[in-house]
Design a protein around this ligand. Structure first.
Ligand code: SAM
Length: 212
């Protein structure tokens, strides 16, 4: 099993290598369709809103957002999964890791379902600051995480930051000014088949400079 990332690592190579290897099976396993958080996210946005999707995986949620009339920019750090999503969507999908995000005031919303949970814990504040900068003032971020008591790997070798609810709230608050920050707790599964507590963060960018 690979060591955990150190404080200078901005991404986890073993996790990205996992998604490269598993891209075809991972992209094939999910059905496009209902997703309670995604429905609420779409409901909060105006038709034609510009949405950046991070870690889009096989592109199922991008497909649902496009069908709902949103202008979606899907991205993923794994070239093989970006290719799978591109085939599904019939449009290019940008290969981009979280720390490669450098846009400013570009998006009405950012959808980051079950992907920032792979960001090294020490890199997460910087990544949240990048997302804040990419949002227009008042823009909405959704991001979900597997809860826990600190970084570790699952049985498949994927790295997770595994924050506590309070720890995640502190990380968001330290990274950037949010006009609204709500962290919801629920349960759910994953590709490893393990049922866990999940944290769903909803944050609205406040029009002031990020702190991280
Ligand atoms: N969002 C999709 C979903 O909900 O089905 C996929 C979730 S999957 C658990 C995590 C995704 O994050 C994978 O597509 C993976 O390639 C991507 N990912 C992992 N590390 C990343 C990084 N550092 N930068 C960008 N994407 C990354």
């Amino acid at each position: 099993m690979t060591d955990l990332p150190d404080e200078h690592d901005t991404e986890d190579a073993a996790t990205l290598a996992f998604y490269e290897r598993e891209a075809v099976a991972y992209a094939a396993r999910r059905e496009a369709g209902a997703h309670a958080h995604l429905d609420r996210f779409i409901d909060r946005l105006s038709p034609g809103a510009a949405v950046l999707e991070l870690g889009c995986g096989g592109g199922h949620e991008a497909q649902a957002m496009l069908e709902a009339g949103l202008r979606v920019t899907p991205t993923d750090g794994s070239p093989a999964l970006a290719a799978e999503a591109s085939a599904r969507l019939g449009r290019p999908v940008k290969v981009m890791t979280f720390v490669q995000l450098r846009e400013e005031k570009r998006y009405d919303a950012v959808w980051a379902n079950a992907c920032l949970l792979h960001a090294p814990a020490d890199a997460l504040p910087d990544i949240l600051g990048r997302i804040w900068r990419a949002l227009k003032p008042g823009g909405l971020l959704f991001a979900s995480f597997k809860a826990g008591d600190g970084p570790g790997r699952d049985a498949l070798g994927r790295y997770y930051n595994f924050p506590s609810r309070d720890g995640l709230e502190a990380t968001f608050s330290m990274a950037a000014p949010w006009a609204e920050l709500t962290i919801e707790t629920g349960t759910g599964g994953g590709y490893d088949g393990v049922e866990r507590t999940w944290l769903a963060a909803w944050a609205v960018a406040w029009p002031a400079e990020p702190l991280a």
